[in-house]
Design a protein around this ligand. Structure first.
Ligand code: IPD
Ligand code: CA
Ligand code: CA
Length: 255
């Protein structure tokens, strides 16, 4: 299955790359902060058509069209563009994320960092890969020498959910914090050992599905802010190289 997941993630990524920088329609999803472009919809449709053609009875959970009506042990969890704000504003940091679950467990996933032509993929119990080469989390156990990454929910103005307080606490305890704008890429960079930790207060299943497996298969860990194991519906995530996990949990709990 991983070959199929990689194949469709790449095809959708090419659609996204083709659309980048061109004229496309942008709509608001309820607020000025939450966008959807014509290309998000096009990418999602390409992925869904592929699944319908190859795995007609599989279910789909996709950001722009929701749950499909099929009821299968297999569910494809799709973010057609993760990083839509970047995409819409011409910043070349966005990805396509496709995860495949069987009976509620993610069995494989791929995140394609479109403009870097970087295909991250993972299969349960088989490791994580970047363009076919194995990747692992890094071995840095020192938070003060760590680079962290985070993101903020679209409803931050109405529902601050302590995201800013946590951000400010980590700023003082780490080497640096980045905010790239694509949660799926944030997970990939933890899996690759670029960042030691990634936390976010409110994510969606399509942001989490493939990225979580990538971090775990690269030797990292993903929990909620209490250190409990999570599924893709859990919202809160802390993904690290394991070594700084407890220290980050302590700070998340305190703030
Ligand atoms: C968003 C991005 C962003 C994260 C948001 C997500 P979208 O996804 O992953 O980095 O901070 O929480 O909603 O809307 O670009 O698919
Ligand atoms: Ca997303
Ligand atoms: Ca999206």
């Amino acid at each position: 299955m991983i070959e199929k997941v990689i194949e469709i993630t790449k095809i959708a990524g090419e659609v996204v790359r083709e659309g980048f920088g061109k004229n496309f329609e942008i709509e608001l999803k309820g607020s000025v902060t939450n966008l959807v472009t014509e290309i998000d919809k096009k990418s999602e449709q390409v992925i869904i058509d592929f699944i319908k053609k190859n795995f007609n009875n599989h279910s789909v959970l996709a950001e722009e069209s929701g749950f499909s009506k099929e009821s299968s042990e297999y569910v494809w969890v799709i973010d057609p563009i993760d990083g839509t704000t970047n995409f819409a504003h011409g910043l070349p940091i966005f990805s396509v994320s496709v995860g495949l679950q069987k009976n509620g467990e993610t069995i494989c996933g791929a995140v394609y960092d479109v403009m870097r032509d970087a295909m991250y993929s993972a299969e349960l119990n088989s490791g994580s890969y970047l363009n076919g080469k194995k990747i692992t989390v890094n071995a840095n156990a020192d938070l003060s020498r760590s680079v962290l990454v985070t993101g903020f929910p679209y409803d931050i103005a109405e529902n601050p959910n302590n995201a800013v307080e946590k951000f400010s606490a980590f700023l003082k305890k780490s080497r640096a914090i980045r905010r790239l704008g694509s949660a799926a890429i944030d997970f990939c960079y933890v899996a690759q050992g670029v960042f030691e930790g990634f936390w976010e207060v409110s994510l969606n299943p399509w942001d989490i599905c493939a990225g979580k497996l990538l971090v775990e298969e690269a030797g990292g860990i993903v929990t909620d802010f209490n250190g409990n194991s999570i599924d893709i519906f859990s919202k809160q995530i802390l993904a690290t190289n394991k070594l700084i996990h407890q220290e980050m949990l302590d700070i998340l709990l305190e703030h």
